[in-house]
Ligand binder design. Structure first.
Ligand code: 13P
Ligand code: SF4
Length: 369
């Protein structure tokens, strides 16, 4: 399947929509965008994509809308219609600061909910309501209530990859950009960090705080192994391996660098690497490669089926029809906002934190409820 377009062909979509013709006006308005995606979109494909890109960009102006695009969006979305791009932490900050009337979340549902929690007066739309996340679906607010009852007085940190309901039950939120900082900010010798067991292991290795966790995992990052990294090093001598802390600790320990998607992109750009692997979701390399043509990216990767539900076609329909609005119940929104705001109120580091791969493993137990 073409990884740029999982929901049928653009040609089929444009067939009954005369407004999506590749006219001279569309060509003139979009030619400059093609340069950013020419490494992944062929000249044959571009005339089918350009009218949609142009139409989306027109709709954004008419409706005072912005598109928040996560780093895992396909390159056509990320580079051609995204307004604010970044990792989960950056997207949350941008949602809070945006002046737009409408936010379209080109990402997954928990990201749209976070945007709504931080900007409750704006209309927040998600192009496909099925864009979930294996981490977010691994735990409920009721689970957290039971954990708190079983561990009274132990602070509870929730990874941003959770529902607003879960966030509302926790003391503070974190992302992969600031998880160690958040855990250490609580002044407790033991912290419960939910729901990603692998992030928890990776955080534990970087801190003296004792971490308890939950058996959630990212279905994309849990699949990578230390053997994958050894095989890549054998096949590509000199390659630099950059990974994400949702991967198992052995993967982070075998890599050269680990951090959030923003930290990964920054390192690929700044480290002087000639040959690199971004061992993560497939679109990352496509998006970063546009900015660093001098780096050769070797591209083993895993697709996130949830992120890949977002397409140019459903962004267009969602914005045109203002459909798939994301709402958060009033009873939840205050608590969730307090948890996210507590994170945003911590001192902002100069750059997203990274995970030192040389740190040894520490014991991490699952909570028992
Ligand atoms: P970050 O972009 O915050 O690193 O998160 C990665 C991820 O898996 C988001 O779903
Ligand atoms: Fe969730 Fe993993 Fe997909 Fe991110 S990459 S949305 S953590 S399943």
């Amino acid at each position: 399947m073409d990884r740029m377009n999982m929901d049928g062909t653009l040609q089929d979509f444009a067939q009954d929509r005369p407004e999506l013709a590749y006219t001279d006006e569309v060509k003139a308005a979009t030619d400059h965008l093609y340069a950013k995606v020419s490494h992944v979109v062929t000249p044959m494909e571009w005339p089918a994509k350009a009218p949609l890109i142009h139409a989306i960009n027109q709709l954004k102006k008419e409706k005072n809308a912005v598109i928040l695009a996560h780093n895992y969006m396909t390159a056509d979305i990320f580079h051609c219609v995204g307004d604010l791009m970044g990792d989960s932490l950056a997207l949350a900050r941008m949602a809070a600061e945006s002046e737009a009337d409408i936010i379209v979340q080109a990402g997954v549902h928990f990201m749209a909910e976070t945007a709504k929690v931080l900007a409750p007066n704006k209309k927040v739309l998600i192009p496909d309501t099925r864009a979930g996340c294996s981490l977010a679906s691994s735990i409920t607010g009721e689970d957290v209530r039971r954990i708190k009852a079983a561990y009274p007085g132990v602070p509870v940190v929730t990874y941003v990859n959770t529902s607003a309901d879960v966030k509302a039950e926790c003391d503070i939120c974190c992302t992969s950009s600031n998880a160690v900082q958040v855990v250490e900010s609580l002044g407790s010798d033991t912290v419960i960090l939910l729901p990603d067991q692998y992030l928890a292991k990776n955080v534990a290795a970087q801190t003296d705080v004792t971490i308890l966790t939950w058996a959630g995992s990212c279905e994309v990052h849990e699949q990578f192994t230390a053997q994958d990294i050894q095989d890549l090093r054998d096949a590509h001598p000199g390659v630099v391996i950059i990974t994400h802390p949702e991967s198992p600790l052995e993967v982070v320990q075998a890599a050269d660098f680990a951090g959030s998607t923003a930290a990964m992109a920054d390192w690929a750009k700044d480290s002087g690497a000639k040959k690199a692997v971004l061992l993560t979701e497939c679109s990352m390399s496509d998006n970063v490669a546009a900015d660093v043509p001098e780096v050769e990216f070797i591209r083993p990767c895993n697709l996130c089926p949830h992120m890949k539900r977002i397409t140019l076609e459903n962004i267009y329909d969602c914005l045109r029809l203002e459909q798939h609005e994301v709402t958060v119940p009033d009873a939840v929104i205050e608590g969730a906002r307090a948890s996210v705001q507590a994170m945003l109120d911590l001192p902002k580091p100069a750059k997203p934190a990274s995970f030192d791969p040389t740190k040894p493993e520490k014991r991490v137990d699952l909570v028992v409820i």
